[in-house]
Ligand binder design. Sequence first.
Ligand SMILES: NC(=O)c1ccc[n+]([C@@H]2O[C@H](COP(=O)([O-])OP(=O)(O)OC[C@H]3O[C@@H](n4cnc5c(N)ncnc54)[C@H](O)[C@@H]3O)[C@@H](O)[C@H]2O)c1
Length: 429
Amino acid sequence: MENDNKDHKVGRREFLGTAAAAASFMIIKPEQVRGTAANSAVRLGVLGCGGRGTAVATGFIDSTDTRVAALADLFADQLAAAQKHFDDYQKAKGYAAIDAAQLFKGPKAYEEIVTSKEIDAVLVSTPPYFHPHHLEAVVAAGKHVYCEKPVGIDVPGAKRVIEAGKKAQGKLSLAVGFQIRKAPPYVEMVRRIQGGALGKIGCGLAYYYCPHIDRPDWGNASAETKRFRNWVWDRHLSGDIIVEQNVHVIDICNWILQGHPVKAVGTGSRKLREDAGNCYDNFNLVFTYPNDVQVSFGSTQFDKHEFDAAVRFFGTRGSCEAHYDHRMSIAGEEKWDAGLGGAAQAGGQFSAAGTFKGSLDQADPEKQKAFVESIKSGNFLNEAAQGADTALSAILGRNAAYSGKAITWDELMKSKEVYDPKIDINKLG
Ligand SMILES: NC(=O)c1ccc[n+]([C@@H]2O[C@H](COP(=O)([O-])OP(=O)(O)OC[C@H]3O[C@@H](n4cnc5c(N)ncnc54)[C@H](O)[C@@H]3O)[C@@H](O)[C@H]2O)c1
């Protein structure tokens, strides 16, 4: 058999990426293919080298057999800071520095990194506005992709991601950054709920109360550059707080209820935050899920109040409560406690990079392991449809609040509205 021939050379891309390689993986030992353990590492490119991209890629190095081999960013300062971080971090572990030829800067940096022959997978951690375009580019280049949430900020964008997911199906791994779905206490709680621990669920509560997110001043930069750099304050770059940030707890609701909302109604406003952006600082909505399950939803993003993000569900046999950084339990006929204590272990602190203590300690490492294992095993995961479904759920709530009218899922799906920040990125940086 050809694959048993020691002289047969299997390329890295073939080994780490293609369906053919997936089939051959079972009969080629990694050491026969590339000789050393280091060689078998997944080579990751980071597209968008900010807080989250740096945190997730560092986590990949720690939790999996991954090396960061390429970096891309619109801005030179972001690229340089990430280069220093990863070179220091990887050198301390005895790994090579990133090749200077694998550092890509500017508006076309995404095209250069996705076509690099030195990487197997790309972490898309640019602002949400870019996600459909960047994710499509990675899939078109035949690389595995880990895309941060939200996958899109408007309906056409989310639909593009669903299409890209179809192209990747069975050929590439496509993960979406909802790491909570891998956090062991959440996995256990949802397993119990789906096993009937709450009985018939009648209603629920989901909230994401977050203090204001501070951003640097960016010195003498132009007003447009400042707006862009502080994208998290701008609804046309972020999708607003419900789509960019609160989407995590909406994803937990979708996970528990095994579906998406069919209707949303409510309100929201911008009245207390004082930054230069145009995002709302509060949303208050009711989502209706299948089987007439109502979920009250609330969120904030202003000032200095304590951070807390949680979901609760109430059923005929019990109720559940799950916070990001403290208590997680089920009360009623099938009591369960995740043993995380009653008081906030992280003191109600918000983490801009999404790394929390307590119930989410293992969320990122488990998510990263699952992604790398899916690549190495050839059992490619594909979270495009699920990621888009949750982004659309948040968009449903946002659009209902903006319009002040109830919106159904079916009405939302007809939306052709495209969020456009109207910024020429060729003139930035
Ligand atoms: N899963 C989580 O828990 C979690 C936590 C925090 C952030 N996020 C998500 O991660 C993404 C990034 O957030 P962040 O906090 O790291 O933001 P950030 O501003 O710190 O980083 C974004 C980076 O992308 C770069 N960039 C912007 N436009 C670009 C382009 N067109 N091409 C190349 N580079 C570009 C910026 O210069 C910056 O370095 C967002 O989608 C955010 O919602 C997820």
